[in-house]
Design a binder for this molecule. Structure first.
Ligand code: SF4
Ligand code: SF4
Ligand code: FES
Length: 236
């Protein structure tokens, strides 16, 4: 039987089940922790490191999305140290890619852009790398601009866990990491893609988008996922 535990998050008395993460319990108590890779309905992977929190007794910062609550835990989600760390993470995401918001399909509706605004990131203190990653527009309906990809792996997980197609995967390491379709074939040649569009809807940035969308036109609808997952769990 799953136990209920009590803990403190930012001086708020909270309760949660021991199979819930710090992020889930924080959200239930109205505390918003910055995040990019976590999405309700998908298995958490702790990829973006934006949700790091301080836990009393631990010298390391811990990702709220993959850390489970325990009895008596004391969590801080918004210290000056965390703010600095998150700001640096956002700056790295911007400078490792080519994020020119003024010509982006999701300008004004982008989770990365929104986080930058929320965290006060209005200039970069590190040089841009200006990578020259090739856009894949081979799919009939969708396109991938890897220059705007933050490697959150939401596309990989929704395609595998929810659609069951397993079209997306992650390739290489470090600065060469990239999302690929079907053993690094052009997306349009994929034999597994069902063209359901789930990956496009959950992508937090303009990396995955519908063709024919003009600047600032694309709206993502990641909220379908929680409902779909709950329905499946209920066997409906
Ligand atoms: S993906 Fe987001 S942050 Fe990147 S260019 Fe587009 S709007 Fe800007
Ligand atoms: S394409 Fe989008 S969803 Fe996929 S890893 Fe990149 S940013 Fe995340
Ligand atoms: S949201 Fe927790 S590591 Fe990305």
């Amino acid at each position: 039987m799953t136990r209920v535990v009590t803990l403190k998050i930012d001086d708020i008395d909270a309760t949660g089940r021991e199979d819930e993460t710090v992020l889930e319990v924080a959200i239930e108590h109205g505390i918003q922790i910055p995040r990019l890779c976590a999405l309700e309905g998908l298995t958490p992977v702790g990829a973006c490191r934006l949700c790091l929190v301080e836990v009393a007794g631990s010298s390391k910062l811990l990702p709220a999305c993959t850390t489970y609550v325990t009895e008596g835990m004391v969590v801080t989600t918004n210290s000056e140290r965390l703010k600095k760390y998150r700001r640096m993470t956002i700056e790295l995401l911007f400078t490792e890619g080519n994020h020119v918001c003024s010509v982006c399909v999701v300008n004004g509706r982008c989770e990365l852009q929104n986080l930058a605004i929320r965290l006060g990131v209005d200039h970069m203190r590190i040089p841009y790398l200006y990578p020259k990653r090739i856009v894949d527009a081979s799919h009939e309906r969708f396109a991938l601009d890897p220059n705007r990809c933050v490697l959150c792996t939401r596309c990989v997980r929704v395609c595998g866990e929810i659609e069951g197609a397993h079209t997306w995967d992650l390739m290489s390491r470090g600065i060469d990491s990239a999302v690929i379709t079907d053993l690094n074939m052009p997306w349009g040649d994929s034999e597994t893609c069902t063209a359901c569009g789930k990956c496009v809807q959950v992508c937090p940035t303009g990396a995955l988008f519908e063709k024919g969308m003009a600047v600032g036109e694309m709206t993502k609808r990641a909220s379908f996922l929680a409902t779909l997952t709950a329905s499946r769990e209920d066997g409906r």
